[in-house]
Design a protein around this ligand. Structure first.
Ligand SMILES: [Zn+2]
Length: 65
């Protein structure tokens, strides 16, 4: 079942929301502070199939300077 993880931008609360339709833009609300300012986190469980694996993620230095 499609369960997306959200994080509140206001208080930083992480919660998961059950979404019926993937295309439907459900409005999420923080259960902690009831703020609508939430962002969807990228979850990698269930979506990725076997075989798909990223290589060693080396920490890239931030460009700039
Ligand atoms: Zn919150």
């Amino acid at each position: 079942m499609p369960i997306y993880e959200y994080q509140c931008n206001k208080c930083g609360q992480v919660f998961d929301k059950f979404v019926r339709s993937m295309s439907a833009q459900a409005e999420v609300e923080c259960p902690e502070c009831h703020s609508k300012d939430c962002r969807k986190n990228m979850t990698t469980f269930g979506t990725m199939g076997a075989g798909a694996g990223y290589g060693a993620a080396s920490s890239c230095a931030p460009t700039g300077g």
